[in-house]
Ligand binder design. Structure first.
Ligand SMILES: [Zn+2]
Length: 279
């Protein structure tokens, strides 16, 4: 029987935040690798993941096509197959379609970030695709997972606790760190535009102390998620392969940067990557 496959994406989680949280549970999957995202923003990065481009190892003295072929073959292990051929992925090059139509998977996505909502083009080849009610509650996703025995299941879980403002689900919203324009850009962008121009913000950029607070909040979010992943491990069937990674890193003040997206800095590419079966 093919494996169930769960791709867990901790949105914005830096590699070093992941390490500093010392997650005992997630490390049971295998060695935590330092990898690099192909994109620095949520949507393009999830598109990459869904065409099967896992974060890369930045190998030297090798042709991109050779590295890609080698990496692609890891899907045999992930899916419990032996002869997955690259040509079965083309021409559409989309993992959910390939899993559903070629390998007979049930395909589901649960996403936390509104930029990945079900109306976006990413929702192709999924049986179900859901934007969660809260942006920061992986536990709510875990509780909805089902693995019927007749066919294998694929889940994409986009997890938001590690995204700004790095809030845990039980933390009251009034206690979240705040800055105008960062909260709810998606919902409120137009309110900041007057006469086709952006209103000038009166906010100052975060100072060093604020950056450190935010960094610690992301590390705390990873520690919290390690406990949620333990609950995930408890409910998945034996033949389930899990990949945990991030869609991009995050800057906490290095060289004057905060966040991710329009940033050219090594820390925006660096992401954790760990995968395997639990038992
Ligand atoms: Zn993201």
């Amino acid at each position: 029987m093919a494996n169930n496959y769960i791709l867990v994406v901790f949105d914005s989680c830096r590699y070093d935040s992941f390490l500093r949280a010392r997650p005992k549970v997630m490390r049971k999957l295998g060695k935590v690798q330092r990898r690099f995202s192909y994109a620095s923003w949520t949507s393009p990065s999830h598109y990459n993941l869904l065409i099967g481009l896992m974060p890369h190892l930045s190998p030297k003295h090798v042709y991109a096509s050779e590295y890609y072929k080698k990496e692609f073959l890891h899907f045999n292990e992930r899916l419990g197959q032996q002869n997955i051929e690259f040509r079965s992925l083309v021409p559409r090059l989309y993992l959910p379609l390939f899993l559903r139509e070629t390998l007979g998977y049930r395909t589901h996505a649960m996403v936390s970030l509104p930029v990945l909502n079900p109306k976006t083009i990413l929702n192709e080849g999924f049986d179900t695709y859901k934007l969660m009610d809260k942006h920061n509650d992986m536990r709510a996703m875990v509780r909805q997972l089902k693995f019927p025995a007749d066919r294998p299941s694929f889940y994409l879980l986009n997890v938001g606790e590690t995204h700004y403002p790095y809030a845990l689900p039980d933390e009251p919203e009034e206690e979240w760190p705040r800055i105008s324009g960062v909260h709810g850009v998606f919902k409120h962008l137009d309110e900041h535009v007057v006469g086709g121009k952006l209103k000038k913000s009166k906010e100052k950029f975060f100072d060093d102390q604020k950056m450190e607070t935010l960094r610690r909040r992301q590390i705390r979010a990873v520690s919290h998620l390690d406990r949620v992943v333990e609950e995930l491990f408890d409910i998945v069937p034996k033949n389930t392969y899990i990949t945990i990674t991030s869609d991009h890193g995050e800057l906490f003040g290095e060289e004057g940067y905060f966040g991710h997206g329009p940033i050219q800095h090594p820390k925006v590419w660096e992401v954790p990557f760990v995968e395997g079966k639990i038992r």
